[in-house]
Design a binder for this molecule. Structure first.
Ligand code: SAM
Length: 330
């Protein structure tokens, strides 16, 4: 009898089905809470090539991972981004290919990505008001990004979602604007609680607000939580009978947030990060240059999972060696 296929399971019995793969550290936006002065080149080898990404994803698919999200930095600044999507989509066992993007070229490129095999799209839009958006991101591009969102909604994706960072100054106004926005649009808007990193201490102090503000606002207005699927991310989504879309909350500071962790992360230079807010990483790159190393790759990933910690230490002020979320893939 053939031996059972290895699975990606950690020491706490959590099974991993979802890979978040950073494909670049470069970002063309200057979000206040992430890269307020823009991307600065960091030393190190080139970002993973399309061939390396393909081998990497095949290895993770052998361990039962079926959803892959391309992130960064801004993944779509890569000239070969469409090739990356196609390479991931071609891997046996992968049935969900997702991207997280700031949407700078979405209206021009979204149909190409869809044809290449992209199935899920997350778009980051921190404010629905033009001047606030421009101030937060350093780019007066809200109009073209919203046009891109409309094109994405026509492109027959399995899911189109929007991420908005929850900030004290914009929370109340943001909630009512987004609730109006999803009345007739089948989009899920997810508020992400602002996370502390090595570089945003002052900003965090001034702008962090707990996710409870979102939950209270929604509950008071008749929104109810929707049940989760196994490959879903950490968002709790709320729905309302009068609204086609949903509003969700990702609240990493709440107790138990990591209990249902179902994702692994690899950096744009090929390091397996067992937690976004951990330290260092397991170097997979030496095993990505040849198909002959595929079994060794699977084994290295499988054995590394024993080192995954139970939960991040954000509540104790420990954010690992993460300078900002663009560095390892947010
Ligand atoms: N450039 C892409 C984008 O903008 O969607 C992908 C990378 S970005 C790091 C991924 C997500 O992380 C974005 O939605 C961004 O707003 C969010 N993000 C970045 N820094 C954050 C922080 N300190 N706390 C919470 N969310 C953050």
């Amino acid at each position: 009898m053939a031996s059972p296929r290895p699975q990606a399971v950690d020491g706490f019995g959590r099974r991993f089905r979802y890979l978040r793969l950073s494909v670049t550290e470069v970002c063309n936006f200057r979000c206040d809470y992430c890269l307020p002065n823009g991307y600065r080149k960091t030393p190190g080898p080139a970002f993973l090539s399309v061939d390396e990404v393909e081998r990497l994803v095949r290895g993770f698919a052998d361990l039962g991972l079926s959803k892959v999200r391309l992130t960064g930095g801004e993944p779509t600044v890569r000239k070969d981004f469409t090739d990356l999507v196609a390479a991931v989509a071609a891997c046996d066992g992968v049935n969900k290919v997702a991207v997280t993007t700031n949407g700078w070229n979405l209206d021009q490129r979204v149909m190409d990505w869809r044809r290449a095999g992209l199935t899920h799209l997350n778009l980051s839009i921190d404010a629905l008001e033009r001047t606030t958006f421009a101030r937060l991101t350093g780019h007066d591009r809200l109009e073209s990004i919203l046009r891109g969102l409309d094109r994405a909604l026509e492109a027959d994706f399995t899911a189109v979602k929007v991420n908005a960072v929850l900030l004290r100054e914009t929370a109340e106004q943001g909630l009512s604007r987004w609730a109006d926005f999803v009345r007739d649009k089948p989009v899920s808007i997810r508020f992400i609680e602002l996370m502390r990193t090595a570089e945003n201490a002052d900003y965090f102090e001034r702008h962090h607000v707990g996710g409870r503000i979102v939950r209270d606002w929604l509950t008071l207005r008749g929104w109810t939580p929707r049940e989760k699927q196994v490959e879903d991310g950490p968002a709790t989504e709320y729905i309302h009978p009068d609204h086609q879309g949903a509003i969700g909350l990702i609240a990493p500071y709440e107790p138990g947030f990591c209990d249902g962790c179902n994702r692994l992360r690899v950096t744009s230079r090929g390091k397996l990060r067992l937690c976004l807010f951990g330290e260092g990483g397991v170097d997979l790159r030496p095993l990505l240059s040849s198909d002959a190393d595929q079994e060794a790759l699977v084994e290295r990933v499988r054995l590394s999972l024993g080192g995954k910690i139970q939960g991040h230490g954000l509540n104790q002020g420990d954010f690992g060696d993460t300078p900002n979320l663009a560095a390892f893939g947010g």
